[in-house]
Design a binder for this molecule. Sequence first.
Ligand code: XMP
Length: 514
Amino acid sequence: MNQEKVIVIDFGGQYNQLVARRVRECNVYCEIYSYRTDIEQIKAMNPKGIILTGGPNSCYGEGAPSYSKALFELGIPILGLCYGAQLMMLLLGGSVEKAPVREYGKTEVFVDSSSPLFENVSKSTTCWMSHFDYISRAADGFSVTAHTADCPVAAAENREKNLYAVQFHPEVLHTLEGTKILSNFVRGVCGCAGTWRMDSFVENSIQAIRERVGDGKVLCALSGGVDSSVAAVMLSKAIGSQLTCVFVDHGLLRKNEGDEVEEVFGSDGSYELNFIRINAQQRFYEKLAGVTEPEKKRKIIGEEFIRVFEEEAKKIGKVDFLVQGTIYPDVVESGLGGESAVIKSHHNVGGLPDYVDFKEIIEPLRDLFKDEVRKAGLELGIPEKLVNRQPFPGPGLGIRIIGEVTAEKVRIVQDADAIYREEIANAGISQSIGQYFAALTNMRSVGVMGDERTYDYAVALRAVNTIDFMTAEAAEISFEVLQKVMGRIINEVNGVNRVMYDLTSKPPGTIEFE
Ligand code: XMP
């Protein structure tokens, strides 16, 4: 892709994906690379600008992540954030030391608005700080452009060399004018025109797929989730009947989901996908019988999925290309992009290739963040209801049922979850919650219904707000809505006599309830 590009050099901070996302929101294409990436490789990418991220270390500590000083001599504009700012100062001759007062949270920053970085930014602006070291002296050639009550160098710049450093995190939404500051850098300082747009991305991708595939045969595993749906429709627009999509219903989908997916993507729908639905529910339940350990359940579901898929692929015969709905965070989190620790191997990364007879993989969404995938989906004419779906894990309800998975438990959690989603929609709050679902605890307890004693399951309701899915807080849902959901689940779902609301944030919990 011949795009103007800004590069994020990752020093291991927790908000690093956000930096790239915010830059893309300025319509500037942006990629993340580890600080271990060679300077020649960076140069060869010909970036219009470079951003150095935050990180958990002290930049003066032994073995701390660093970069060649030559980076600052390339003539490319550079913005350092937090650790990146400190490192820039240290490498260029300034001083960084442990701060007398640690700053954490929303902090008032006083800026000199004549700086190109702070153009149209208020003189006193709320920013997100998170640091225990501070820049005690800016490097020679730099002037200080912002301070806080406890931090004499909250921002510094060498305008002549286009080097900028800020102690705070403009990428975090708590920094009220953060997007403006990043935009000032990428558009103002780096001179990016801002031509990264979804309509041209979709158009270019379709063209590129057509050229690459020629008259070859393409196979796609369609889950009905956002990523694989967008990838499939994009392929369909590019190559039509050369594509076959296999949808494996593993019996662990949300209520009615299999039918809904078939309705949209099946032969009566509006796409040319050669859609094949495999009803493999029984197979999965048999494999899962007696298994209680969550990782083991994940493995069984993943493996069985591949088996079913492979059997279908064999019937189709030799295919030239396999489509995967991998998106950019999968690439970064799998340790292939930036510096982030590998948190979990995602269901759609890895797996299939070893088993299926094909020549190449096509990953049309590999460069996109989730919100961009959604925009691409809308561009492709996929219904909004589908495009804005909640994230749903590949192993499905298998990991929202604690303990052994049975058809009966699947029925309970499907019904409870459908009621929960319906009531959230009725309350008009679905767009304000990041992710929400019902899970089935493995706990049974005594209750009383009518005049009867019951001994039934407890359902857990989960709802979280999250920006990046790496951290999350329990969402505040009104007691009235929760009580309504509770009442309906108890009355309408056989086998449940208690409903609980999960208050746990991530960490220490995870978003899923497995
Ligand atoms: P956790 O539970 O790790 O979940 O806090 C973070 C986000 O990832 C989703 N998730 C998955 N998505 N395959 C997926 O495609 C998976 O195996 C998987 N496990 C968790 C989860 O729903 C949440 O949005």
